[in-house]
Design a binder for this molecule. Structure first.
Ligand SMILES: C[S@@+](CC[C@H](N)C(=O)[O-])C[C@H]1O[C@@H](n2cnc3c(N)ncnc32)[C@H](O)[C@@H]1O
Length: 586
């Protein structure tokens, strides 16, 4: 029975490259089974849904997840034909739940014609005809023009393709505005700008780039290092690029040791060594003090471009060095069309669980970005918002345009994870990485600023497309399933009566959900807060809920910083101890 439902567990050995070495990773996965993903429309699944109903006297059981987060439990409940209710206190969770559970089900099985601008774009149509599996590459070459001229009929398409089409529209509006901010030099599109945070040496006052490593690329067939020398006046450093770094050493340990020396940065666990006066002048405490005094800087070290034979590393041009600051003068104008302006909302205190950046003086969300990144995000949001009016002109029903706007906002939020100064450059692939990999926000010393207007990692287009790929799966679910009810409230308030409560509650003192989600919430709110009466209500506060002492309610995690440092009070959560004057939340 278990095998019929869950499938068989099979073991697989996969080869993976880690730091230039191939290793074998043993992975387990399930094979077959009614619940296997992709089975949503199969007769086996229908049989299973009927069996579940039979167990509940012929009706769909009502399932509640009061801590629904990203919605794994209500999604599975919906797949099984249950009537699910998904509750979460956090507005970002509410937003994700609407996008994974509600809209795809509301619009499952529905399709409408692509907008005119998408049909007129050969690039988009080529991506559509190939990507949707309608034509092969050869057929596209032969038939693209006929489709565009209306000689061959175009099929109506589902929500996921409309999201791609409007993402395409937003991208092209944003590209026009941002062209000068992301110049293409010598015909080679920019992949990333690599930066280091800087501090002034306590000993000689020279500017020190804070670098963990100077390796730019470290693969078997490509080894590139950033060289660094004190400048003539010894007030800072000059960089150059060593493109062919030889492998030196008779065995693996010697080679590792050599590579460590060749690519050594300026930072170690004990502190920072100044490349100008060579003294180990700054401790981490010194750097924290400089940060809090607002004296940490940023220095562009190198530009990565997309060359004929792959990524190339070069020094920044004069123009490239000034553009990021010049973008600052365009921010006011850009954010005039974005509700709530530049996101200057505060980051949680340094005492908060998992939040480390305020230790270095970064205490407002806008401080995590270059001026150019703020401009790019503001511009993309401005056009995301203006897509609403265009959709109405194109005759989209409101449920469609609301859903499309929400997924465009998903694309923006995914971009936020790449377009900030906490992103790193990966030397083994080499590419830009996203920022959030653990449940903490630490400072990143050597950062990578991607190109949101391009087509590679860190671009809006790839982020948006990733959202659309997820949506491809969700809109293919059968249309007769019950769209779950999504509610933004605390699990401590009155809950609906149900047959089953299945949940995955907060991980106590492990994850500061709301403090982390605020990073994304502040942008999300600027995209969609006024999309509906519901979103206005859910997104009315500048930040996600933490703890409300008066109401004795809020996010249920153990973080004493939310209880004025009172560790015992923090552990008790909303349950009043007998004799307390607190509200009985039942
Ligand atoms: C472990 S996560 C749930 C993860 C989820 N199973 C998923 O698939 O992503 C716990 C969730 O509880 C939510 N939460 C914390 N306190 C809450 C409260 N008082 N009421 C409702 N939700 C709360 C958090 O916002 C978080 O999304």
């Amino acid at each position: 029975m278990l095998e019929k439902i869950g499938g068989k567990v099979v073991t697989e050995v996969q080869k993976k490259k880690v730091s230039g070495k191939t290793i074998e990773v043993v992975k387990e996965r399930t094979e077959g089974g009614v619940l296997h993903w992709g089975n949503e429309n199969s007769p086996d699944m229908d049989w299973f849904r009927e069996e579940i109903k039979k167990a509940y006297g012929g009706r769909a059981p009502r399932v509640l997840d009061p801590f629904a987060g990203g919605g794994a439990i209500p999604l599975e409940a919906m797949r099984l034909g249950c009537e699910a209710t998904a509750i979460d206190i956090n507005p970002v969770a509410w937003f994700i739940l609407k996008c994974t559970l509600e809209y795809p089900q509301k619009l499952a099985g529905q399709a409408r014609p692509l907008p005119k601008f998408a049909v007129e774009s050969p690039e988009f149509m080529e991506a559509f005809l190939k990507g949707s599996g309608r034509l092969t590459k050869k057929q596209v070459e032969k038939e693209l023009a006929q489709y565009q001229r209306g000689l061959f009929p175009l099929p109506d398409v589902d929500l996921a393709w409309h999201v791609r089409a409007w993402g395409w529209w937003v991208l092209h509006q944003a590209r026009k505005d941002l062209e000068r901010s992301y110049p293409t030099i010598d015909g080679k599109p920019t992949v990333a700008y690599l930066w280091a945070r800087t501090v002034k040496c306590k000993n000689c006052r020279a500017t020190i780039p804070l670098l963990k490593t100077r390796w730019l690329c470290k693969k078997d067939n490509r080894r590139v290092v950033l060289n660094m020398e004190p400048n003539h006046e010894r007030t800072g450093v000059v960089f150059s690029i060593a493109d062919i770094v030889p492998v030196v050493g008779g065995n693996a340990a010697q080679r590792r040791e050599h590579d460590k020396r060749v690519g050594a940065g300026t930072m170690s666990l004990s502190g920072v060594t100044c490349p100008s006066c060579k003294s180990p002048s700054m401790t981490m405490e010194d750097i924290r003090l400089e940060g809090k005094a607002g004296r940490l800087g940023l220095l562009m070290m190198c530009v990565v471009v997309d060359g004929k034979d792959g990524k190339e590393f070069r020094q920044p041009t004069e123009e490239e060095l000034v553009i990021p600051t010049e973008c600052g003068s365009l921010l006011d104008r850009c954010f005039e069309d974005v509700p709530f302006g530049v996101p200057n909302e505060p980051i949680a205190d340094k005492e908060a669980l998992g939040i480390r950046i305020p230790l270095y003086g970064i205490n407002r969300w806008s401080m995590l970005y270059t001026q150019r990144q703020l401009l790019a995000l503001g511009t993309i949001i401005k056009h995301t918002r203006s897509a609403r009016a265009r959709m109405s002109i194109e005759g989209y029903p409101s449920v469609w345009s609301e859903a499309i706007e929400m997924y465009l906002a998903c694309g923006v939020d995914r971009l936020v994870d790449y377009a900030n100064m906490n992103t790193k450059w990966k030397i083994d692939v080499p590419t830009i990485n996203n920022s959030i990999s653990r449940f903490v926000i630490q400072i990143t010393w050597d950062c990578a600023e991607g190109n949101p207007t391009g087509n590679l990692a860190g671009s809006y287009w790839l982020c948006l497309n990733r959202i659309a790929v997820g949506l491809d799966t969700l809109v293919a679910f059968p249309s007769g399933l019950h769209a779950p009810t999504v509610v933004n409230q605390s699990a401590t308030t009155k809950l609906p009566s149900v047959d089953l409560v299945i949940t995955d509650p907060p991980y106590y003192a492990a994850i500061p959900y709301s403090d982390l989600m605020d990073w994304f919430y502040v942008w999300l709110r600027r995209c969609v807060w006024d999309l509906s009466d519901e979103s206005k209500l859910v997104m009315s506060s500048p930040l996600g809920p933490k703890w409300n002492t008066d109401q004795c309610d809020g996010e249920l995690i153990d973080d004493s910083s939310r209880h004025s440092g009172d560790a015992l009070r923090s552990k008790r959560g909303p349950i009043p101890k007998s004799g307390d004057q607190e509200r009985d939340v039942g």
